[in-house]
Design a protein around this ligand. Structure first.
Ligand code: APR
Ligand code: ZN
Length: 252
């Protein structure tokens, strides 16, 4: 646990690192107005039923799960015009100093890229909601193009190429990660001299396993999160507090 007094050590650890891998979760986007999943006000904490839509089998087998999901997206309830916050922006100096090796994000909101992190430096390990694809063929388009069809009256839009089910280009439970993304994330963990895990409960695998993997590879570990994570005990520093407030103080 690092209280404000412990912050100088954290700042020194970050200043001294040359190959920093950052792993972010939903907690870095809550101050942009996007709820997380398992925090006190998390989507699933408040509505366990909502977790159903995130399982691929329910999405495929239950048309009304798809119809509700498309309706929420088309009404903009899921994606009001959210913008990056000070937490996203706090990472930019790492890129400017040339010490940001890779930013692995579990988030699907593209707020890191909108804040100015180079897309080629970001691994969106759980995909993105800004695109939509077919579950049966490799048809891929923008989310906006599909929402136009929903707003035009198609409540469960099908693939224009093969008639298959369409879904946001996010990876749901039951779907495999993109092998290339997972490989990039694991290589980053092996190369890191410092891993900073920010705003994640670190409870979803396989991506959470890059944390102990980086430590085994000799990296130092800083965890920034409001609540405990399963890896707090192997961290060199754990920083509690609100990310958009504390991250700008940690990274100069
Ligand atoms: N400051 C600090 N910590 C915060 C803040 C904040 N402003 N807001 C939320 N948190 C913390 C919460 O306490 C919680 O521990 O962020 C963590 C978010 O954890 P989760 O909700 O589990 O989100 P995440 O770890 O990203 O989930 C991983 O699971 O739901 C699936 O695929 C989805 O990518 C997601 C994955
Ligand atoms: Zn198709």
């Amino acid at each position: 646990m690092t209280d404000p007094e412990g912050l100088p050590e954290v700042i020194e650890m970050i200043d001294g690192a040359r190959k920093i891998v950052v792993l972010t979760g939903a907690g870095i986007s809550t101050d942009s107005g996007l709820p997380d999943f398992r925090g006190p006000k998390g989507l699933w904490t408040l509505n366990p039923e909502a977790e159903k839509a995130s399982n691929i089998n329910n999405y495929i087998n239950e048309p009304d799960v798809r119809i509700l999901n498309w309706k929420l997206r088309a009404d903009g309830q899921l994606w009001a015009n959210v913008a990056p916050n000070d937490g996203h922006r706090a990472l930019l100096p790492l890129q400017e100093r040339g010490v940001l090796h890779t930013l692995i994000t579990q988030n699907v909101d593209e707020l890191h890229q909108m804040a100015g992190i180079a897309p080629e430096r970001v691994v969106e390990i759980h995909g993105t909601t800004r695109k939509a694809g077919c579950l049966d063929c490799d048809h891929l388009t923008t989310m906006e193009a599909v929402l136009e069809r929903v707003r035009g009256g198609e409540d469960d839009p099908k693939c224009p190429d093969c008639g298959g089910i369409m879904k946001s280009a996010t990876i749901s439970f039951g779907q495999a990660l993109v092998a290339e993304d997972l490989r990039r994330a694991q290589e980053a963990a092996d190369a890191a001299d410092l891993l900073i895990a920010i705003g994640s409960s670190l409870t979803v695998n396989p991506i959470a396993s890059v944390v102990p993997r980086a430590v085994r590879g000799g990296a130092k570990l800083i965890i920034v999160n409001a609540e405990e994570t399963p890896f707090d005990m192997i961290a060199d520093a754990v920083v509690r507090g609100s990310i958009s407030e504390v991250l700008p103080r940690m990274i100069k």
